[in-house]
Design a binder for this molecule. Structure first.
Ligand code: MN
Length: 319
């Protein structure tokens, strides 16, 4: 069965994405949910966590459901599972029975190492966002259902996953799609304001403290963010994703790491490069993954030890 046939021949759709929802994750999930509703289908976005407040303007009318709520809604009816922006099954933050119980699975993603877990797999690792892959798929078969709300979602995911159109893979095709989304009514002004111009005072004070930890060694830079700092300034964990940019946006730096303390012995390591260094390979050594120039992994160590281990390995890796 093709993407078109599965959508046309089914009525109930369960959509999910990776743990720690980000812009592309949320936007592709919500964009597809709204497009399916425009077709008269029943669709739900399932994720067992709180969504980042920054994107509230997108999910206000389309809240995510918990696995348990989804299971009661499904109520033994047949449904299609659609995974977006999620390369591997263990990164879905849902009950596995929801994935396993579906009649068909569709996998739409752009991460390296995708497991091709779908009956249909729209996977392309040289595309800068899942929203772009989804847009092309919808445009081909269901263009009439891409309204301004869908366009607003998809444009948001493209904007966030390309770092505001600066990353390598954001080429002419990305800009063409962005143009088409604006033509279809994407609310560019609101997106720019909500995504880039609505941080709290505490966010910037936190950023100041992170910048105070910034260190540069040759072409490698890193910084740290403790749980205590984040809590003191009232910044939720799911709103610190772009702080890693302070490490990589320095002239002469080719690899940047932000160490984010999540729990006592749990450090999330965000890695960025400008394209020369393969940080996906680095992250995979520690059980993580992502993209060549943006990836992440988790070290189950106290912050100080995690920094020591990763910095030592980064220096070897770059030499
Ligand atoms: Mn993505």
């Amino acid at each position: 069965m093709t993407f078109k046939e599965i959508i046309e021949q089914n009525d109930l759709f369960i959509i999910s994405s990776h743990v720690n929802a980000d812009g592309d994750n949320l936007s592709s999930s919500l964009g597809l949910k709204i497009a399916l509703e425009n077709m008269g289908k029943e669709a739900y976005y399932i994720l067992d966590e709180e969504l980042p407040e920054k994107f509230e303007f997108l999910y206000r009318d389309h809240p995510n459901y918990s696995s348990s709520k989804a299971i009661s809604i499904i109520d033994n009816r047949p449904y299609v599972f659609i995974g977006l922006d999620c390369a591997i099954l263990k990164r879905f933050n849902i009950e596995t029975s929801i994935f396993e119980g579906s009649s068909y699975k569709i996998n739409i993603d752009h991460h390296l190492g995708n497991e091709y877990y779908g009956d249909v797999n729209l996977v392309s690792t040289n595309i800068s966002s899942t929203c772009e892959i989804l847009y092309e798929a919808l445009k081909q078969d269901f263009e009439d259902f891409i309204d301004a709300r869908v366009a607003t979602c998809l444009y948001t995911g493209i904007l966030t996953d390309t770092g505001n159109f600066i990353y390598d893979r954001a080429g002419s095709e990305t800009l063409r799609i962005a143009m088409e989304l604006i033509q279809k009514g994407a609310d560019k002004a609101t997106i720019a304001e909500r995504v880039f111009r609505s941080e709290t005072f505490g966010y910037y004070k936190l950023m100041g403290e992170v910048l105070n930890t910034l260190a540069v060694e040759g072409d490698f830079a890193y910084a740290c963010l403790t749980k205590e700092m984040r809590e003191r300034w009232g910044v939720p964990y799911n709103n610190i994703e772009t702080l890693v940019n302070c490490t990589i946006n320095i002239e002469g730096v080719n690899m940047g790491i932000l160490f984010k303390e999540k729990g006592e012995n749990e450090v999330r390591v965000s890695l960025r490069s400008k394209g020369l260094v393969d940080v996906e390979k680095f992250a995979s050594e520690f059980g993580g993954g992502g993209h060549k120039s943006a990836s992440g992994c988790t070290l189950y160590l106290p912050l100080k030890e995690a920094v020591a281990v990763a910095v030592k390995r980064a220096k070897e890796y770059l030499s």
